[in-house]
Design a protein around this ligand. Sequence first.
Ligand SMILES: O=P(O)(O)OC[C@H]1O[C@](O)(CO)[C@@H](O)[C@@H]1O
Length: 251
Amino acid sequence: MKLIAAADYRDMSKKAAGIFLKQMEQKRQSVLGLATGGTVKGVYSELVELFLEGKISFAEAASFNLDEYFGMKKEDPNSYFSYMQEQFFSHTDFAGESNYIPDGTAADPIDECSRYDRLIEQSGGVDLQLLGIGENGHIGFNEPGTSFEIGTHLVGLTESTRQANARYFEVMEQVPKEAITMGIGTIMKSRKIVLLASGGKKAAAIEQLWYGKVTEDFPASVLKLHPDATIIADEEALSGVRMEGKGELSQ
Ligand SMILES: O=P(O)(O)OC[C@H]1O[C@](O)(CO)[C@@H](O)[C@@H]1O
């Protein structure tokens, strides 16, 4: 696992966008694994800027998002479908049918989960997966205690995750209790993974990720078992890691 120090949120976003740019230069038909949340918004605006400058095109790419709230319609402003349209897709040249997000309104969520994993496989698998990290170490909506082997599945959200996401809703009762998420097994099949962290709230999680052991009690720790995983974190998120003046560390 590699750790890259960024000065601040903008620098973190630019460094991550640079990895996407390189990926797209190497393979125009890349399959991108995408995330939602506050941390990754800056990467999307950097990528949109690169697109508007004519430096990157997604016309031949496909994307698979990590998760979607269960029971939420696409059109809901809080759906991850709406988030992705607003932050990224509608400003770029992705072909209409190439952006996949789990269907939060599927009548049979179990079926929807296997359909999603099948679609990822049929697409050739994810080339580059973008991740945020929860304060409790969750990736996607894989909460502590989730098996490292699991594929896409329906999950009950923990109270702490609901609290963390409550800022997007008017009242706590509106925060969904379930979501469909790519599993850790699905995420680990990606060829390359980039995890971003920004701000002091993520410092304890990044410290544990870097120094802690691999355990299902801390889902992100699985990345230590991945052959090509990179963390990019800003100064505040890195406050618990001894960088010793270096811009990059490896373990
Ligand atoms: O970037 P944020 O908003 O701190 O969220 C971190 C993680 O939590 C989630 O929003 C899920 O709670 C993920 O989608 C995200 O990667």
